[in-house]
Design a protein around this ligand. Structure first.
Ligand code: ATP
Length: 205
């Protein structure tokens, strides 16, 4: 039977790294971020977004400019909520269809790499994308480690890293909804071993 894992963690917490280790072990990956981008190309979503936020969110070619859209909603709770109302149901439907497809193909394990920028009440229900997610694995990592990694490996300024982290849920909030917690403060070998251990646990369940 297919096991579906929702992988959650803040910016720079190690979602891509851990997803990669899981795919090496045989999991298939659904990149929620990429799927999210597809939603913006849906004609009906396009129309609703333009009605809600105006022509200023479009590229010269008439496509949704996600960067401009981000600027419009950033720090504005009401706009963010409007955006979520348009995007979230479509996102959930898309994820559900993808998961179903992998189930039909008989995949052993499906990992959904999701960021979970949503409030806790949403995580509990919709944030699990669908009740089809069997477990939520949360990556916990100290702020100091994330800042160091983002500075060294992505060239982000400390203030940028802090601003992005503080616009997301805290690890304390995330771990409340976790079936398993992966600490990623250690080195890559350590986290790889932890992932393998969790994988083995699932295999025997
Ligand atoms: P984003 O939210 O921005 O997509 P992410 O959660 O996918 O980020 P990664 O890209 O996996 O995070 O990791 C962020 C950076 O930290 C990468 O450069 C990665 O190589 C590095 N990294 C992740 N885990 C470790 C680790 N245990 N030791 C050293 N570097 C790490």
């Amino acid at each position: 039977m297919t096991k579906v894992i929702g992988l959650a963690g803040g910016i720079g917490s190690g979602k891509s790294t851990i997803s990669r280790y899981l795919t090496e072990l045989g999991a298939v990956l659904i990149d929620a971020d990429k799927a999210g981008h597809e939603v913006f190309t849906d004609t009906e979503a396009w129309r609703e977004l333009v009605v809600a936020f105006g022509q200023e969110i479009l590229t010269p070619g008439g496509e949704i400019d996600r960067k401009k859209l981000g600027e419009v909603v950033f720090g504005n709770a009401e706009s963010l909520s409007r955006l979520n109302k348009i995007i979230r149901p479509r996102m959930i439907a898309l994820m559900k269809a993808r998961i179903e497809e992998y189930r039909r193909q008989g995949a052993n394990m499906v990992v959904v790499d999701c960021v979970m920028p949503a409030p806790p009440e949403v995580i509990r229900t919709e944030g699990r994308w669908t009740p089809q997610v069997d477990e939520v694995w949360v990556i916990a990592v100290s702020k100091a480690t994330v800042i160091k990694r983002l500075k060294e490996q992505r060239g982000l300024e400390e203030e940028q890293a802090v601003a992005r982290m503080s616009s997301q849920l805290s690890d304390e909030e995330r771990v409340k909804y976790a079936d398993a917690v992966i600490n990623n403060d250690g080195d890559l070998d350590e986290v790889r071993a932890k992932v393998k251990e969790l994988w083995k646990r699932l295999e025997v369940v």
